[in-house]
Write a new protein. Structure first.
Length: 85
């Protein structure tokens, strides 16, 4: 079954852009659908994720967010591991 990967983001967030770019780079290797949601377009998303974007969900389950990231965080490696890609 195809996974759905959702990135909760906002315009101008450089960390969000890095995560989305990493997902796009591995999308050919993984069988998943990528969705990017902007917190400024949904009040509930804004209230839940405002302090933790980017937040990544796989099939609706939070798998990591900004609190898990460090300056040397390898987005692509983490995402490949989570997706089994």
């Amino acid at each position: 079954m195809r996974k759905v990967v959702t990135v909760v983001s906002k315009k101008g967030c450089h960390l969000c852009e890095k995560v989305v770019d990493s997902l796009r780079s591995i999308s050919a290797d993984g069988d998943f659908e990528l969705r990017v949601l902007d917190i400024n377009e949904d009040k509930d998303l804004h209230d839940k994720y405002f302090l933790t974007i980017p937040a990544v969900l796989i099939d609706g389950k939070d798998v990591f967010d900004a609190r898990d990231m460090s300056p040397d965080f390898d987005y692509t490696k983490k995402l490949r591991t989570l997706l089994g890609a």
